[in-house]
Design a protein around this ligand. Structure first.
Ligand SMILES: [Zn+2]
Length: 56
């Protein structure tokens, strides 16, 4: 599945439903955020639980 270049979400379609931007398949790693208060979520600026690309 592609990832959004802007919000880094893993998205089921080529267009991100949040940003309305085209996703890319050229990304590295997937991280699953369960807790938006965790260090990693803060570091990546993630405010919603879900699957994200580590590097887009
Ligand atoms: Zn997005």
């Amino acid at each position: 599945m592609p990832a959004c270049k802007i919000c880094k979400r893993i998205i089921p379609t080529m267009i991100c439903p949040v940003c309305k931007e085209k996703g890319t398949n050229d990304y590295k790693g997937i991280i699953i955020i369960f807790d938006t208060n965790s260090e990693i979520a803060k570091k990546m600026n993630i405010s919603e639980e879900g699957e994200y690309a580590v590097k887009v």
